[in-house]
Design a protein around this ligand. Structure first.
Ligand SMILES: [Mn+2]
Length: 398
């Protein structure tokens, strides 16, 4: 069988005040083309379908339009979707009564264990593999004893044991997951942490050997761990300026019997460019002249490039925003943010090195809480865990 592995769509993401619906539509149209051309047997989506637990109507419309179009154009395709830490388990499962008969499987929680094993069929309708559809596991859903990674590893062991008992010889086991594997490269400003105040990363070796391929989501950089068997496909769109250089892709995996035959990365065309001008922070005069001379092709408003302007100032400058706006007035670009670093006057023989400062959007509630905690002498681990539960609770309620 042939599967396409993708994750971390974050439909509904607001990017520095701009929506990204048009970009998501371009990506999902492209994805349906790929599924059809490549004659994929299954699409596996490893979490963070939506950016928020309570996605806007337009975000949901885009998702359902995709499901409908994929179903129409690829009648034999199985679609398996698991919830990520951004998704609400209950909300994402709500349409299941309608989707059940359509070979579309959305798994938000582990409440119904029978839904965690999905048969994947080849073109002739023969079951060739099983998807182990493990959603993001919330700390509150796991046994209190032991650490978070231990509890998650136990859940995978139990699910794999059931699948091994159930499968016919020659059928591959393919696990999904939305979690953090040790050694994975993180993108600090856009991945919301899974567990606060404790160890959250799993060892790549904890996935049982019977699993041929582990299709992961959560980390936004495409990367493989554990000799290629354990893989993050990465997000299809850059979700922050720190992800500009990522090779955004979906992953095609072919299986022969119980094993992987071939893995191919398929680059995702970028509908909207993310630009940093200049590459390195520069003085305001320098920056303004570069902005005035920027050449950009015309394109639809909703797909105009996002721009981060990088300025180094030695003192606050109240004209900054107005001058940047003026320089960009006629340009087909969307100003996303102005990143300012301060250089204080230093003796000539010392080179000023700008300290990066976090913007309000990059600060998470957990980070603020952690910083405040570090000023006192309270028991950090316990308070962080309690705070994390409150934050998760609040996110689900909104
Ligand atoms: Mn994500």
């Amino acid at each position: 069988v042939r599967i396409i592995h993708t994750s971390d769509w974050h439909i509904g993401q607001t990017f520095h005040g701009y929506d990204r619906y048009a970009e998501h539509e371009v990506f999902l149209d492209w994805l349906v083309d790929q599924l059809e051309e490549r004659q994929a047997d299954a699409l596996l989506v490893a979490g963070d379908i939506f950016d928020q637990a309570n996605p806007a109507a337009e975000a949901q419309r885009i998702f359902f339009r995709f499901l409908s179009s994929a179903r129409r154009r690829c009648p034999d395709l199985a679609i398996v979707v698991v919830a990520g830490n951004h998704d609400s388990p209950g909300r994402i499962e709500a349409p299941n009564p309608v989707l059940q008969g359509l070979d579309i499987h959305i798994v938000g929680s582990t409440a119904d264990a029978t839904r965690l094993r999905v048969p994947l069929r080849d073109r002739d309708g023969v079951v060739r593999a099983w998807a182990l559809a493990m959603p993001f596991l919330r700390p509150a859903d796991l046994p209190r004893a032991g650490t978070y990674p231990e509890a998650v590893a136990d859940a995978y062991r139990a699910l794999t044991a059931e699948a091994v008992a159930q499968r016919e010889p020659g059928q591959a086991l393919i696990a999904l997951g939305h979690l953090h594997v040790q050694g994975g490269k993180v993108s600090e400003s856009s991945e919301r942490r899974l567990v606060i105040g404790g160890e959250e990363a799993l060892d790549a070796g904890t996935f049982p050997a019977e699993i041929a391929y582990v299709a992961l989501g959560h980390l936004h950089l495409a990367q493989e761990l554990g000799s290629g068997r354990v893989r993050y496909c990465g997000s299809p769109l850059p979700l922050s300026f720190t992800e500009i250089a990522y090779p955004h892709q979906v992953v095609q995996v072919d299986f022969e019997g119980e094993n992987v035959r071939e893995i191919v990365a398929i680059p995702v065309p970028r509908a909207t460019a993310l630009m940093r001008v200049p590459e390195q922070h520069a003085s305001l005069e320098d920056v303004i002249s570069r902005l005035e001379n920027i050449e950009l092709p015309q394109c639809p408003d909703a797909l105009r490039p996002f721009l981060e302007v990088r300025v180094m100032l030695d003192r606050a400058d109240t004209t900054l925003r107005a001058r940047v706006d003026e320089a960009l007035a006629e340009k087909p670009v969307r100003l996303a943010r102005i990143d300012v670093v301060r250089c204080t006057a230093l003796p000539d023989n010392i080179v000023a090195s700008p300290a990066p400062r976090l913007s309000l959007q990059e600060l998470s509630p957990e980070l603020v809480f952690k910083r405040l905690l570090s000023q006192g002498d309270a028991d950090e681990a316990e308070l962080l865990e309690a705070f994390s539960e409150l934050v998760h609770g609040a996110e689900e309620a909104t």
